[in-house]
Design a protein around this ligand. Structure first.
Ligand code: ATP
Ligand code: MG
Length: 801
């Protein structure tokens, strides 16, 4: 009764309330976008604390990104106010996994200060192992092995558990051996990769039931957001933690768990040792045997008031009354978008089975989007076959229709979106309102699409931030390429020279580099000059000397060509002749294609500048732009990293066959791939509160080649009554809304502009040579432009930082 008028509860609808107030036993909230699932989780945490059902440290909340965890902490803080006794464990699977693993590192053969390897390190280690096995690393690239191993780890498979047939596919049957060797090598290096953060945790729990039990007893309440995107390893990990705790005595339960004394600040970083827990670790007697000396010490060291009020403790239930684990998962099968990374939407469908007696709550009212937006998104997702199906309704007004705009090309697309944002700001200002840029997002399918927007916004002086990944010009391959250009433009740029002197590998080892540095310092000359001087003497060993001489000759040649050639052509020559492009071409990894694509995009972006100097100046301005976090800014991110977020206005560019749905997904996974793409489109539209604006470009240059595009099939799946069709400002022609073939959007965007570039002519020629609308196949296959890996691992993996 006391609870019924708590302010945070009265804000909820009856179903949401049920999900919040059902604190005992398993609860699944299965509901569509914007129905308040995350809000339910947050409120539930506040409620648990408010009702004195657990101490903060007895709550484990798993979010999909660190950003989401931060937001949740803030909101809980606002609702609960003065809970000074620390915060629940909130974070991603990875960040919580690493926290646990550090405390018991010795038990899995690591030291507590183990390092977390990033992908590059991982590949370097694997490469050595591949070579040590006598395998040709061109035929059996380390990156492919890395992907295989990640896949196994996502599925919770240790080397022994990998199916023999599967492992045999790599390295003439040596896959398993290599995986085993890799794990051993990591132990010697005192390192773990991302997959290990969970896999080793699972192993730890399985091999040490007492450790597992500590955590099972500790976490009285487990909450999981975005449950539809958990993979097998995450699922296993959750299952272990959520098993029923053996009954303990009432006294023990009424006391804070022995592990509860940490009271760490919410900002506590992953790496920091957690004093309270170290203490607790020495305590290996089950809580049921009453206050142990260790427990007493714990209590003495961290006395109240930080511990919360007496009343709260008195209200704690005895664990013996709790028959089932209090786990609450929320998710939406229609938003499962990580299947390609091993997520199993089945986890959500199986919940009932895994947690018998689970209360399943369905929420149908969407509080986020206005009517047209929600209707369009619902109609789109209805085209998927593999779904549970659910109703979504809003009591909001119909609002604006989903706007679909055809642009001539991607440049016009960026220009039009920039103008629309400015327009919205002007209109708001005229009404005497504020149109905060924080409420505007641009959600792209592939990260290469970002470059055009970044450049446009810089020109406009419009603040933006790229979320979940580096900005275009900060990507490693772009920095490398820029370093070459900088050395050509300013031979004294030591930092740039250092960056590329041995990239790609030219056999210039540490010794040679040290020599360069020594010479440069002694003679007070730039490194390039030192290189030129040293390559002419025999102080250096012949091999590095030759390599250095060749490189310096190239730089000499490029410097001359700079005077005669257009700078973008020069850039292409440099990247080719230096072997840099080749380095990525030979690299058969998943993200190599994306990097090559980014390089092409870089060269293409240079066209817009008069000369190399102008271009480089532009870049330094871009790089310098401080991305002050408190500044209002447009967010640019991939659709994948937009999950769970919401904005007043959402721009969705690039809705073209081949790009979205993207070709690789269709090629690799067929119908399942298409359905995942469609869910991604659904996620995109449902991010919008008031305005969803979809764009497609009739022409897009990919790999430096023009291709003409067919509008995405998803556009046809949006019911006409919820859509408003526009043409970008630059266009003058009409629309082919009907009678232009199977797609009512087919001819849009292909009219009117006055462009007559060779690219356009090529595009013209290609148009009509069949395409999705008449042959069932997209017109172009932009292989490898979709660097999913970089976007997906974005926020999620910030555990390493
Ligand atoms: P997604 O599937 O996209 O993650 P979700 O189901 O997690 O969405 P939330 O983000 O929790 O949805 O909620 C969507 C929006 O609706 C938020 O702005 C939230 O504050 C608001 N909201 C949720 N429930 C209510 C309610 N009962 N009354 C008013 N606003 C609500
Ligand atoms: Mg959510």
């Amino acid at each position: 009764a006391r609870a019924s008028n708590l302010p945070y509860l009265t804000d909820l609808n009856p179903e949401q309330r049920a999900a919040v107030e059902t604190l005992d036993g398993p609860v699944l909230v299965l509901a569509g976008a914007g129905t308040g699932k995350t809000r339910v989780l947050t409120t539930r945490i506040a409620h648990i604390l408010n009702m004195g059902r657990a101490h903060p440290s007895q709550i484990l909340a798993v979010t999909f990104t660190n950003k989401a965890a931060r937001e949740m902490k803030e909101r809980v803080g606002m609702m609960v106010g003065a809970v000074a006794e620390g915060m629940p464990w909130m974070g991603t699977f990875h960040s919580i996994g690493v926290k646990i693993l550090r405390r018991h590192a010795e038990m899995v053969g690591l030291k507590s200060d183990f390092t977390i390897l990033d992908t590059d390190d991982q590949i370097r280690v694997l490469k050595q192992l591949v070579e040590a096995e006598g395998l040709d690393d061109k035929r059996w690239p380390a990156r492919v092995l890395a992907m295989l191993i990640d896949g196994w780890k996502n599925r919770g498979l240790t080397p022994e558990q990998v199916p023999a047939g599967e492992a045999a596919s790599f390295g003439n049957g040596k896959g398993k051996k290599l995986y085993t060797a890799y794990q051993e090598r990591l132990k010697t290096l005192n390192a773990a990769d991302f997959g290990d953060l969970l896999l080793e945790c699972i192993r730890l729990f399985r091999q040490n039931p007492d450790v597992l039990k500590q955590y099972q007893q500790r976490f009285r309440f487990i909450l999981v957001d975005e449950y539809q995107d958990t993979n097998v390893a995450q699922y296993l990990w959750l299952r272990l933690l959520s098993q029923n705790v053996p009954s303990t005595s009432p006294q023990a339960a009424a006391q804070p768990s022995p592990l509860a004394g940490e009271g760490g600040s919410p900002e506590q970083s992953e790496g920091e040792p957690d004093e309270g827990f170290e203490l607790a670790d020495t305590f290996d007697m089950p809580a049921s045997t009453d206050p142990s000396p260790a427990f007493a010490a714990d209590a003495a060291q961290a006395p109240s008031p930080a511990r919360g009020e007496e009343s709260a403790q008195a209200a704690l239930p005895s664990a013996s009354q709790t028959h089932q684990k209090n786990i609450c998962c929320v998710g939406d099968d229609d938003q499962s978008i990580y299947g390609w990374r091993g997520a199993e939407v089945d986890n959500i469908l199986r919940f009932d089975h895994d947690f018998p007696g689970a209360k399943v709550v369905r929420l149908e009212r969407n509080y986020r989007s206005t009517g047209h937006i929600l209707a369009a998104a619902s109609a789109l997702i209805a085209h998927n076959e593999g779904r549970l199906g659910k109703t979504l309704r809003t009591e909001d007004e119909l609002g604006e229709k989903v706007q679909v705009t055809g642009a001539w090309d991607s440049e016009e697309e960026a220009r039009a979106i920039g103008e629309e944002i400015e327009q919205m700001q002007r209109e708001a200002r005229d009404r005497g309102e504020d149109h905060p840029l924080d409420e505007v997002a641009i959600l792209v399918r592939a990260s290469f699409q970002m470059r055009e927007f970044e450049d446009r916004f810089i020109q406009l002086g419009m603040p933006y931030r790229v979320i979940g990944g580096p900005r275009f010009y900060e990507r490693a391959e772009i920095r490398d390429a820029l370093a070459y250009l900088r050395v050509v433009a300013q031979p004294a740029d030591d930092l740039a020279f250092e960056r590329i002197v041995n990239t790609p590998k030219r056999g210039l080892g540490d010794a040679a580099l040290q020599m360069l540095h020594d010479y440069a310092r002694k003679n007070k000359v730039p490194l390039t000059e030192a290189a030129r001087a040293l390559s002419a003497t025999d102080e250096m060993k012949p091999k590095p000397r030759t390599a250095l001489r060749t490189l310096m000759e190239s730089f000499g040649r490029w410097a001359k060509q700079k005077e005669t050639l257009p700078h973008n052509e020069l850039a292409e020559i440099i990247l080719d002749e230096s072997g840099y492009t080749e380095m990525w071409q030979k690299d058969r990894s998943a993200d190599a294609a994306g990097r090559l694509e980014n390089l092409k995009e870089l060269v293409r972006s240079m066209e817009e500048f008069e000369n190399l100097q102008g271009f480089l100046e532009h870049i330094s301005l871009v790089m310098d732009r401080d991305s002050a976090d408190n500044e209002q800014a447009v967010s640019i991110m991939t659709l994948h990293s937009a999950k769970g977020l919401e904005f007043d206005t959402v721009f969705l560019p690039g809705w073209e066959e081949g790009l979205f749905p993207h070709q690789r997904s269709l090629d690799d996974q067929g119908r399942a791939g298409l359905e995942e793409e469609r869910r991604l489109a659904h996620v995109g539209i449902t991010r919008a509160r008031k305005r969803a604006k979809i764009y497609f470009a009739a022409n897009r240059r990919i790999h430096g080649l023009w291709s003409s595009n067919v509008p995405s099939r998803f556009l046809d799946e949006l019911p006409e009554e919820h859509v408003e069709v526009k043409e970008a400002a630059g266009g003058t022609g009409g629309f082919g809304m009907s009678g232009y073939g199977p797609s009512r959007f087919d001819e849009m965007g292909s009219f009117g502009s006055t462009y007559s570039t060779p690219g356009w002519q090529r595009a013209q020629q290609r148009r009509g040579k069949g395409g999705f609308s008449d042959s069932g196949a997209p017109r172009y296959v932009p292989d490898g432009v979709f660097d999913q890996d970089s976007d997906a691992y974005a926020d999620d993996d910030a555990a390493s930082s």
